[in-house]
Design a protein around this ligand. Structure first.
Ligand SMILES: N[C@@H](CCC(=O)N[C@@H](CS)C(=O)NCC(=O)O)C(=O)O
Length: 203
């Protein structure tokens, strides 16, 4: 299988990191959304990454890739509990973290996709505020040592770390806020684990 996209995209990186964590091997086709739109549309009608190209199918959207990866790995309880309070807690953290990714991408696009005279800074500030309040929620729930998953990272760790690291790429001044220090610690710990280390974005 081939994962389409590069780790600059938090949606690509969360897919790649989970596949790594679950020991699912894949190849990578590096594409950039701005330059490779026609090629990406051959796999995803929306022209977005990630897509996971299988022998007979293409899985579109990181949510569907996460679902496929968990199914392929036999739904490991330590990555996402199968039911109950534990499952809901992980899914809530994942929902907030993916929301942070969406808002951070929107904030970054506000400058990268518009001529300077059309950038609307109040909107950019407002979406980045949503990203930082989401991260503050994750930081407040963050363990002082280890991971959300305990001794090893789970699905919440994958998403929280990817969301935090992405804000550090697009708005480093925001990711250095004092209330996010617990997340910085989680990110540093997780990024020493091979599954995460190999997906850290290197420009
Ligand atoms: N909900 C999608 C979001 C994917 C997404 O927004 N990808 C961005 C890159 S970070 C993209 O391809 N943007 C290009 C575009 O929308 O034109 C997912 O979870 O995969």
């Amino acid at each position: 299988m081939i994962l389409l996209g590069r780790d600059l995209s938090p949606f690509v990186r969360r897919s790649a990191t989970l596949l790594n964590l679950l020991g699912i091997s894949y190849e990578r086709k590096i594409v950039a959304t701005a330059q490779d739109t026609d090629l990406i549309r051959e796999y995803n009608p929306l022209g977005r990454v990630p897509a996971l190209i299988l022998a007979q199918d293409v899985i579109v959207d990181s949510h569907a890739i996460v679902d496929f990866a968990l199914e392929t790995a036999g739904y490991p309880e330590n990555v996402l509990p199968g039911s109950g309070e534990g499952r809901r807690a992980v899914l809530k953290l994942v929902a907030v973290a993916t929301g942070v990714m969406e808002k951070s991408v929107t904030g970054a696009y506000e400058r990268s996709q518009r001529p300077a005279e059309f950038v609307y800074e109040p909107y950019r500030t407002s979406v980045l505020k949503q990203a930082t309040t989401g991260l503050a929620f994750l930081a407040a729930s963050c363990p002082e040592s280890g991971y959300f998953g305990g001794a090893s990272p789970n699905l919440a760790d994958v998403n929280a770390v990817v969301a935090y690291d992405f804000l550090g790429i697009v708005s480093p001044e925001l990711s250095n806020a004092e209330n996010l220090i617990p997340l910085r610690g989680l990110s540093e710990r997780a990024n020493r684990v091979t599954a995460f280390a190999t997906t850290v974005w290197k420009p």
